[in-house]
Every structure is written in structure tokens, then in C-alpha cells.
Design a protein around this ligand. Structure first.
Ligand SMILES: [Zn+2]
Ligand SMILES: [Zn+2]
Length: 346
């Protein structure tokens, strides 16, 4: 159902694009068309392999980069931003001092004008952290320490807010992650860095409004993040997992995927789809067409949530829309306890 609504918005957008650009049927690069549009919120989950890098273009023309992937992916992030004709990054956020988040940031700082820099009150004795501090100093930038409840942008139409960290005594470095939320009329995104259970619990206890249409899942889908209580509060339509293919950590963990499936959230992964771009005008939120087609063609089997029987997607006795659950493979369906329908699966 969610997917149908999304496709509809995409079709509307396609018609609009054709109208505006003459005969441009290419919508795979939504963001590149959209970049000239005013009043749009564009969120790019840049594929940096096993790491995180999210770039946000706000409706007022300002921008923010949250993390820059590993050192190896610094060039990729720089080129991605240059392709978007970005001159200045207004808000640079280093969620926490792990290499898969800050590794690419020194290269980014060397290449762009930077406005404010946000970091948590947490240091690391690593070469990459020292290098980051050096580049910040070289550019005469100051570090603003991030704390839950602080506001980065409080515009009439949209807000960019810090929800974590809420303490300075976490045991795990990941729990110091800066968590941010973007709200633009009806659209909302929560970006959780590598925050784990302790930080999630603190955000719940602070009574922050966590409900969001889109979540960037914490710690690449690791099982010690994304607790059921936290996910329930967020209740996301779309869950983005930034993760490298065949990574040594086994991310995303099955437990996390199970919790998301329980919530019926659409899981979208950078290891499967590459860069992910989501655009919102504050009312409708669309994902670039490439993502939708690939997600839909990936669905091979459709299960019935009531009978726990699954079918091929062209079977003529498919369950009602509201009872459907989608699987990408026979194994996935079976692992979830579904039995094959005798008529369509031999
Ligand atoms: Zn981390
Ligand atoms: Zn990480």
C-alpha cells in the first residue's frame, strides 16, 4: 500500500517534470532535476560502503553534511557534492569519532567552504581524529559541541534539531553519536549515526517527538541499535541502512531486519541500491525512481500474513493487499516460517 502511494507520487512528479523540462523522461536522477527547485528538502544517503554519509539540501538553500564515510570514500563524497554544484556546506556534523564516519571529512573540509561544525563531547586517540581536528583548525573553524535538545535551524517552515547525545558518560563511543531530526511540514527524517540502545533509551525518556517518515538506521543495522521500543516511537515508513556489501560485521543483523519487518517498514539499503535520494516538498515524499523499480523487481514472492502461505508474484490467488508481506527469495520466505502455495510453487 505504501509503495503504491509512493509510485503515484512519482508518476505525478514525472508528469510535472515532463511539463517543466520539455520531454525529459529521465527521472532516475531526481535530485539532479530537483536541485534547481526551490522549497524542496533533498536527502542523499551517499553509498560509502561500510560507513555513513548523508547530505541534506534544505528548502531555504542551506545544506548539511552528516559524516563523510571512511578515509577511502573521501573522494567519492567530495565528487558527489561537486556534481551537485555545492559551494558551501553550512552545517558539517561529525556524529562520533569512528573512522567509518569521520574518515572522509578531512578531504571534504579541504574542498569546500564550511559554516558551522558540530561534534559530540568525545575524543579519540586516532590519526584520523587528529587529522580532522587539524583541518578544522587550518580553516579557522570552531567546533560546536552538540547536545540533545539543541536547535540547528529553526525556520518558520522547517526545523533541524539535535536529539542526542543526552549524557556525557556513555560507555560506548557509538552512544555519543549526534542524532538529528529534520521536520518539514508533514515530512520528517531521523538520522541516528551509530547510536545504540542506551542513547535510544535516553531519547525516549526525554520525551522527544521521535515519529519520523524516514529513519537512517543506527550503526549500519547492528543488533545493539534499533531497539523495538525506539523503532515503535519512530514508526518509520522507510528505513535506510547504510552498509557495505559482505562486511565483516555481518551488518545488518537479522534481529534488526526482523524488528523492522514487524513494523512493516520498507527497508532500503545502500549495499543493494547504491546512493539513495529522497525528495520532499513537505507533503509528498518520493524516492528516486531507480530505487522503486529495483525494490519492486526484487520482490519475488508474496506471503499471506494470516495463513502464512506464500505465492509467486504472478499467482492468481494472491492475498488481499493489506495481508501481503514481500520476500525477495524462497529462502527468505521459508526462514520467516511461510509455507509455499502448492499451485504456484513447485
Ligand atoms: Zn561507530
Ligand atoms: Zn559506523
Amino acid at each position: 500500500m505504501k509503495k503504491d502511494r509512493l509510485s503515484l507520487f512519482l508518476i505525478i512528479f514525472l508528469i510535472l517534470s515532463i511539463g517543466l523540462t520539455g520531454c525529459n523522461y529521465e527521472v532516475a536522477e531526481v535530485a539532479h532535476i530537483e536541485k534547481d527547485f526551490k522549497d524542496k528538502l533533498v536527502v542523499h544517503f551517499i553509498d560509502v560502503g561500510q560507513g555513513d554519509s548523508t547530505f541534506i539540501q534544505f528548502p531555504n538553500g542551506e545544506s548539511s553534511l552528516i559524516d563523510g564515510g571512511t578515509r577511502k570514500s573521501g573522494d567519492k563524497v567530495v565528487n558527489y557534492l561537486k556534481d551537485l554544484d555545492i559551494g558551501k556546506i553550512d552545517y558539517l556534523i561529525a556524529t562520533h569519532p569512528h573512522e567509518d564516519h569521520i574518515g572522509g571529512l578531512p578531504e571534504v573540509i579541504r574542498n569546500f567552504n564550511i559554516g558551522k561544525v558540530y561534534m559530540p563531547d568525545k575524543t579519540a586517540n586516532t590519526a584520523i581524529f587528529e587529522e580532522l581536528l587539524k583541518e578544522i583548525k587550518n580553516k579557522d573553524l570552531k567546533i560546536t559541541l552538540a547536545e540533545g535538545g539543541n536547535s540547528i535551524i529553526d525556520d518558520e517552515k522547517f526545523q533541524f534539531t539535535i536529539l542526542a547525545p543526552n549524557r556525557d558518560d556513555y560507555i560506548e563511543t557509538n552512544d555519543f553519536s549526534i542524532v538529528t531530526k529534520i521536520e518539514y511540514i508533514d515530512a520528517s527524517f531521523i538520522l541516528t549515526g551509530d547510536a545504540e540502545k542506551s542513547s535510544e533509551l535516553d531519547m525516549i525518556n526525554k520525551n522527544y517527538n521521535l515519529k519520523s517518515n524516514v529513519i537512517k538506521i543506527g550503526h549500519h543495522g547492528g543488533r545493539t541499535s534499533s531497539s523495538q521500543e525506539f523503532l515503535k516511537k519512530v514508526d518509520p515508513d522507510y528505513s535506510i541502512i547504510s552498509v557495505g556489501a559482505d562486511n565483516t560485521y555481518g551488518h545488518p543483523h537479522k534481529e534488526t531486519l526482523d524488528r523492522l519487518n514487524k513494523l512493516d517498514s520498507n527497508i532500503i539499503r545502500t549495499d543493494e541500491l547504491g546512493d539513495i535520494v529522497i525528495v520532499s516538498n513537505g507533503k509528498e515524499t518520493t524516492i528516486s525512481e531507480k530505487i522503486i523499480t529495483e525494490t519492486e523487481t526484487k520482490v519475488q514472492y508474496i506471503g499471506n500474513k494470516n495463513t502464512k502461505v506464500f505465492h509467486t508474484k504472478d499467482c492468481n490467488s494472491l492475498p488481499k493487499e493489506e495481508n501481503r508481506i514481500f520476500f525477495n527469495s524462497l529462502e527468505e520466505a521459508k526462514e520467516n516460517g511461510y509455507k509455499p502455495h502448492k499451485n504456484c510453487i513447485k
